[in-house]
Design a protein. Structure first.
Length: 376
């Protein structure tokens, strides 16, 4: 037992000496090539084994022949170990370089191009993360481009919508000022109508800016969707009668929701105004409410004839109308005519942790808002 302990002591002294010499080298090379660091670790390991074995062999007083055999075996093992470490280092460096080249494609128009070179598990995981990051960057860039396009359309359309009423107001004001207006009362009524339209546009812009800035303040209270629908129908009744459209509030279940009544009434009002304006005379606009799992779904169905399938994903984008015309379209809601109504609808609904969606039905389209059902 003492002999084994003595051999272990000599081996530890020999290997420890090699380790103490190799530790500074490993620290000095930690910022250098990974292949060189791996090779250095292999050298330290070989030196530790060789030193420990040689120290024990010397202590055992082996013959010159036996000592030569031991040294030969150690030398061959060292050569094989160092060659293996060098090959492994080259493989790691090749994989790292291939991944570095591939990383330059992150965020490019073509997307991340994964290296064809075989990678170790850690580098393969890093490659997967780079691919996911590239996909997220591409999605973010596409979303930013869509928002920028939406902003440009909004500015263009608002500029167009402002120019026409302002020109009319200027002309009517000049006619009244010069005393050439044959019916001043009619001019005044027209001026008031245009001012109300401009006021509505400014209100919509202010509301949308609050929504996008996340500063929309909600006063939540428990209310029945039956009351919300009833208030919205009452507000839209005059416009429906003027347009010759029949309003129907069928299949409205008195489900409770916890919402800001004023904001949700505005949402339903925007949807109803949009539906009435896009439904032909003698048509029907129907409102319904139902419960689906933990949500209450309110829907407004019109007779607009449907929205093209390729346009459905863009219906709730800010300022989008589907056409360059100034007249209201199925994809447009609200009273300002600036293409902001449905963007406001989506913003208010999402502020309530809900969802807004649209799909075509026979003869028209159906706008739905899903709100979380009140608990308890």
């Amino acid at each position: 037992m003492k002999d084994l302990l003595l051999i272990a002591l000599f081996a530890a002294l020999g290997a420890g000496g090699a380790g103490l010499l190799g530790w500074p080298a490993v620290r000095l090379l930690r910022r250098r090539s990974m292949a060189l660091s791996l090779f250095c670790v292999a050298v330290v390991t070989v030196l530790a084994v060789t030193s420990g074995t040689f120290t024990v062999a010397q202590a055992m007083f082996l013959s010159a022949h036996d000592l030569g055999v031991v040294i030969t075996v150690l030398a061959m093992a060292a050569v094989v170990s160092l060659c293996t470490a060098a090959l492994l280092g080259r493989q790691v460096v090749a994989g790292s370089r291939a991944l570095t080249e591939a990383a330059r494609t992150v965020g490019s128009d073509t997307g991340f191009a994964a290296p064809a070179h075989p990678l170790g598990r850690e580098l393969a995981q890093l490659s997967g993360e780079l691919a996911a990051t590239s996909a997220r960057l591409a999605e973010s860039r596409a979303r930013e481009q869509a928002l920028e396009q939406s902003r440009r359309e909004l500015v263009a359309w608002i500029s167009h919508d402002l120019r026409t009423p302002l020109a009319g107001l200027r002309a009517m004001a000049e006619a009244l000022e010069d005393g050439v207006a044959e019916e001043p009362e009619r001019y005044l009524r027209r001026i008031r109508t245009e001012v109300e339209r401009l006021t509505g546009m400014v209100d919509d812009l202010f509301e949308l800016s609050r929504i996008q800035a996340g500063s929309l303040s909600l006063s939540l209270s428990r209310v029945s969707v039956y009351d919300l629908v009833d208030d919205a129908l009452a507000g839209a009744h005059a416009l429906a009668r003027q347009r010759g459209v029949r309003l129907e509030g069928r299949q409205v279940e008195p489900e409770p929701v916890e919402v800001d009544s004023r904001e949700i009434t505005r949402v339903l009002g925007n949807l109803l105004v949009n539906a009435i304006r896009s439904t032909p005379q003698d048509g029907v606009v129907a409102v319904s409410a139902r419960r689906e799992a933990d949500e209450v779904v309110l829907s407004v169905t019109d007779g607009c004839g449907g929205i093209p399938a390729q346009d459905l994903p863009r219906v709730f984008e800010t300022g989008w109308r589907g056409t360059a015309a100034r007249t209201p379209r199925p994809a447009e809601a609200g009273g300002s005519g600036a293409g902001l109504g449905l963007a406001i609808v989506r913003g208010i609904v999402e502020a309530h942790a809900g969802r807004a969606r649209v799909h075509n039905v026979a003869g028209g389209c159906c706008f739905e808002i899903a709100l979380p059902s009140a608990r308890g």
